[in-house]
Design a protein around this ligand. Structure first.
Ligand code: FES
Length: 150
């Protein structure tokens, strides 16, 4: 995944594209996430100033939504579904396995709550692509194909 490094002007441009409307905060944060891959403390400060909100208000929204990561992601992002259907098919064990495999790697591992692929549980998403019926072995294969066998 390629994201741009944080840039104050780009943040301002995204804010301006939503007419600096505070009620568009979530959409603005999504815009930042698409561009930079994460929401930095500096960005939170800047958003608060430009949207005329308190930093606590922006923080509150950022911490409420799982998607708004507050650290730069690794080179790849793997999301393991933690919702009901996938849990019933062993996603918790898969997630524990993934945590072990990815320790010290440049891959960011995150939970996600349903990938819309429940019929093929457990499901994961790797850099935006969904995979179904992922066993531990299949997970290792997918990881090896990324060039990150841990
Ligand atoms: S519950 Fe995992 S894809 Fe829906």
């Amino acid at each position: 995944m390629t994201y741009e490094p944080y840039d104050k002007q780009l943040v301002s441009d995204i804010v301006a594209s939503f007419d600096a409307r505070p009620e568009m905060l979530i959409q603005i944060l999504r815009g930042l996430l698409e561009r930079f891959g994460w929401i930095s403390e500096d960005a939170i400060r800047q958003l608060a100033a430009e949207l005329n909100l308190s930093r606590a208000e922006v923080h509150g929204v950022v911490s409420y939504y799982h998607d708004f990561r507050t650290e730069p992601p690794g080179e790849h992002i793997i999301k393991v579904c933690a919702a009901e259907a996938c849990q019933a098919m062993g996603s918790r064990e898969l997630s524990a396995h993934a945590t072990d495999k990815l320790e010290g790697s440049n891959v960011t591992l995150e939970p996600v709550y349903c990938l819309g692929n429940c019929a093929c549980s457990p499901a994961i998403m790797v850099d935006g692509k969904t995979y179904g019926r992922v066993s531990k072995r299949r997970f290792d294969e997918i990881l090896a194909a990324l060039g990150n066998s841990g």
